[in-house]
Design a protein around this ligand. Structure first.
Ligand code: C2E
Ligand code: MG
Ligand code: MG
Ligand code: MG
Length: 280
């Protein structure tokens, strides 16, 4: 009896793996055509300057509009795109579209804001990445000061070529660099003093435990104090409650982002949060 159960179990388990490999393969096949078929769009999530409550920037987040795969979480789409190498083409599309949209908002008379673009490790490591960024910015007509690249802590820590030089070259283009998901990668804060970064994005895993978890508060406090002394700004990710926002304000966090203020939404919907120039 036990043996038979075990056998069934094993078979079931195998079947589960086979199904998920097949689904990943289907997703990858469909992703091959997604850019040319115009199936991607970007959502934008505002980043708020705590000192004045205004939108200082917007993060571009990929969305895949496909009848068969719209339910697949973006994180999974990105994983598959990275494993298959498709992320470099998708990431290039994201960069061009995000820059175009930010310029369009400026041309429409909204107060200039920074556009934050997530960069995959494969993109960052491309030899031509710096050139791609320079050309994309040039073609968009946007001033580089309104462009921020989000590089995850894991990307910044990955072994291989010199990350410091590459970030310095990016910085030389006039863009700013944020370290995304900070606190999850077990790197020391001191490690980051060598990088020319302007923002640390404090990962949601800490933010979601505020204000009641003393350990999360201690870590958040340490990140913010260190960033302050380095004159780096801090954006708390995934702020969902007023209590979290107030705790972060007291700790000296400079920016917040999360469902409490606004969920990611389309370029048309997000403008309800913007200010036009000359208005107060
Ligand atoms: P991320 O860059 O850390 O983006 C933040 C994620 O948290 C987004 O998920 C956002 O929708 C979600 N989020 C924002 N506020 C809240 C909140 O208050 N509560 C909760 N529970 N979640 C919140 P999303 O859009 O599903 O993206 C997931 C990840 O996929 C991103 O994490 C990023 O790593 C990656 N990603 C998304 N778009 C791109 C892209 O264009 N290129 C690359 N390379 N990666 C991307
Ligand atoms: Mg991000
Ligand atoms: Mg993040
Ligand atoms: Mg995150």
């Amino acid at each position: 009896q036990a043996k038979r159960d075990g056998g069934n179990c094993y078979q079931f388990y195998n079947q589960g793996i086979t199904d998920s490999i097949q689904e990943d393969q289907k997703i990858e096949n469909a992703l091959h055509f997604a850019v040319e078929r115009g199936e991607f769009m970007l959502h934008y999530q505002p980043i708020i300057d705590i000192s004045n409550g205004r939108v200082s920037g917007n993060e571009a987040l990929l969305r895949w509009v496909n009848p068969e795969f719209s339910h697949v979480p973006v994180g999974k789409v990105i994983d598959i795109a990275e494993r298959s190498g498709l992320i470099t083409d998708i990431g290039q599309w994201v960069m061009e579209e995000a820059l175009r949209q930010n310029k369009a908002w400026q041309d429409q008379g909204y107060e200039p804001m920074v556009i934050s673009i997530n960069i995959s490790v494969l993109q960052f490591e491309q030899a031509r990445f710096i050139r791609n960024v320079r050309e994309a910015i040039h073609n968009s007509g946007l001033e580089p000061e309104w462009v921020q690249l989000e590089i995850t802590e894991t990307t910044a820590m990955s072994p291989g070529e010199d990350k410091v030089d590459k970030m310095a070259a990016l910085k030389g283009l006039g863009v700013s660099i944020a370290i995304d998901d900070f606190g999850t990668g077990y790197s020391s804060l001191a490690y980051f003093t060598q990088f020319p970064i302007s923002t640390l994005k404090i990962d949601r895993t800490f933010v979601s435990r505020l204000p009641d978890d003393p350990k999360a508060e201690m870590i958040t406090n340490a990140i913010i104090s260190m960033a302050e002394s380095l004159e780096i700004s801090t954006t708390a990710e995934g702020v969902e409650t007023k209590e979290q926002q107030e705790a972060l304000r007291e700790l000296g966090c400079t920016h917040i982002q999360g469902f409490y203020y606004a969920r990611p939404c389309s370029a048309v919907t997000v403008i309800s949060h913007f200010r036009t120039i000359g208005m107060n």
